[in-house]
Design a protein around this ligand. Structure first.
Ligand code: MG
Length: 501
């Protein structure tokens, strides 16, 4: 990046080494998830841990911290300020939290992951309870060192979404909670409601090669650059940003249901397009990469839901689906559209539809805030979880596996992460609303002309990388703060029509 400032130039030179090491670790991680033989996992863990150690020592170098403190007293331009701001925020973890806490957390989380896996497979929370308790205590200590003004949970939320705090998300959650619980009840009690895949043949096998062709074709049509990425298979689909010029995605195939691979691919393509579209001048600097998990998820959700689950997209892909899977020809457009937009209260977050999804997040958000402020005990979690599920979605898990044990996040020590999933949904609706004022996106989608849509996102969001914090970015794009009303309006209109409410 061009900067006349010698001190900023020094910071960028130093930071580049951190960025390289992170990318090397990402390659190791990608390989681990996609193609590594199982016997290699132990040695791979040592290699990754060694690189991680190098990264930590680079961050903890007192000279680096001094360079940043020094830079804060300088007269800086917009880009230089953002560089210093981003390093300062990332550095909090290394500079404020005593090393012993981070070491303990690392140790406990690797034990916890194993405990969690066992507990989940046996559906027995008692196997995980001690590990989780230790992790929560360490995360509390960490939050106290990072610092906050009003709520300890703020310190954690900000780690995943710069600028987010408890009060902000709580206001959003309250609004969503009221609307969504009522609306879900209205849908499932409506006379047209059915939770069966209406008219869809689930007895047929959908050839994996054909599903793969479909995924590859749609990714290409949406604008994914295969010369700067590739599509592979993994147990849980993800996007790996190895560099702007190497953004890889994965999907998974279900022989009985082609929706899984298609929607997962579209979701990951949304993440990947963001990374592939960032200003090349930001490469290997603190301005590279998407700005936050919430904005990142807004891009994946935009493509997955606003595009991929729209009536217009279903209209567009119907022909291709029919060519690959003859059984699809037997059902009409409306049935196919419904098939992609089935609303059904269910226990598992990752299988939730657009309408119920945020209720799963609100449940976790409320529990995390109570845990982190020591208002509830870890051992009581299964009961608390089930009560909240009953309250929010009207269903009660029968065991821990479909309740409190379903997500891996807490075993990693990720507390404060879940709300970013909801933010993604909310941002995507607000962004889509704005885009529709400037582009006839329904027409473009139904014709399979996705490039104008991508160019709009490129110009307004992608290009900026991590230059603007989420709140500033959403204001630049839509001229207002994050506003959940756009999401509420989108859900209300779409599903009122689908279920003839
Ligand atoms: Mg995602």
């Amino acid at each position: 990046m061009q900067t006349q400032n010698k001190k900023i130039q020094d910071i960028l030179n130093y930071y580049r080494e951190i960025s390289y090491l992170q990318k090397i670790n990402s390659v190791l991680d990608y390989d681990l998830n996609v193609s590594m033989p199982s016997k290699g996992s132990e040695s791979r863990a040592s290699h990754a841990a060694y690189i991680e150690e190098l990264i930590v020592s680079k961050w903890k170098n007192p000279n680096f911290r001094e360079m940043i403190q020094d830079a804060q007293t300088l007269e800086l331009n917009e880009f230089e300020k953002a560089i210093v701001r981003n390093i300062e925020r990332q550095g909090k973890m290394y500079w404020r939290v005593p090393e012993q806490i981070l070491i303990n957390l690392k140790k406990e989380t690797s034990i916890a992951f194993v405990k969690w896996s066992e507990a989940k497979s046996k559906s027995d929370f008692s196997i995980f309870v001690d590990s989780l308790e230790k992790i929560i205590n360490l995360v509390i200590e960490m939050a106290d060192h990072i610092g906050y003004t009003s709520n300890r949970y703020d310190a954690l939320l900000d780690q995943y979404e710069p600028g987010l705090n408890f009060e902000m998300f709580n206001d959003i959650a309250k609004k969503l909670r009221t609307f969504l619980s009522d609306f879900v009840a209205k849908i499932v009690n409506s006379k047209n409601y059915t939770d069966i895949n209406s008219g869809f043949d689930t007895e047929v096998y959908y050839d994996i090669q054909d599903q793969k062709k479909l995924s590859e074709f749609i990714a290409y049509k949406l604008g994914y650059d295969y010369e700067a990425g590739r599509l592979d298979v993994s147990a849980h689909p993800f996007t790996s940003n190895l560099h702007r010029t190497d953004v890889r995605i994965t999907t998974r195939y279900d022989l009985r249901d082609f929706r899984e691979s298609l929607t997962s691919t579209i979701h990951e393509v949304g993440h990947a397009l963001y990374e592939q579209g960032i200003n090349p001048e930001f490469d290997d600097t603190p301005l590279e990469g998407g700005v936050s998990l919430g904005i990142h998820e807004s891009q994946s959700r935009f493509y997955e839901n606003q595009v991929g689950r729209s009536k217009y997209f279903i209209e567009y892909i119907r022909e291709f689906l029919g060519l690959l899977f003859p059984s699809v020809r037997k059902i009409n457009n409306e049935q196919l559209y419904r098939f992609f937009n089935q609303v059904k209260p269910s226990f598992i977050r990752t299988e939730a539809d657009e309408v119920t999804y945020n209720l799963h997040i609100i449940l976790r958000f409320e529990i995390e805030e109570l845990l982190i402020n020591k208002k509830i005990k870890v051992k009581d979690l299964p009961e608390i979880w089930n009560d909240k599920m009953q309250e929010l979605l009207g269903i009660r898990p029968q065991n821990d596996k479909e309740g409190v044990l379903q997500d891996v996040h807490w075993s990693y020590g990720y507390i404060g992460y879940f709300p970013t999933y909801s933010l993604g949904n909310l941002y995507s609706a607000q962004i889509a609303h704005k885009m529709k004022e400037e582009l006839d996106i329904e027409y473009l989608i139904s014709r399979g002309e996705f490039i104008e849509i991508l160019n709009w996102l490129r110009k307004n969001i992608h290009i900026h990388g991590s230059l603007y914090y989420p709140n500033e970015l959403i204001n630049r794009v839509t001229s207002e703060d994050l506003n959940p009303d756009y999401f509420i309006k989108y859900i209300r209109e779409k599903y009122t029509e689908i279920y003839h409410l």
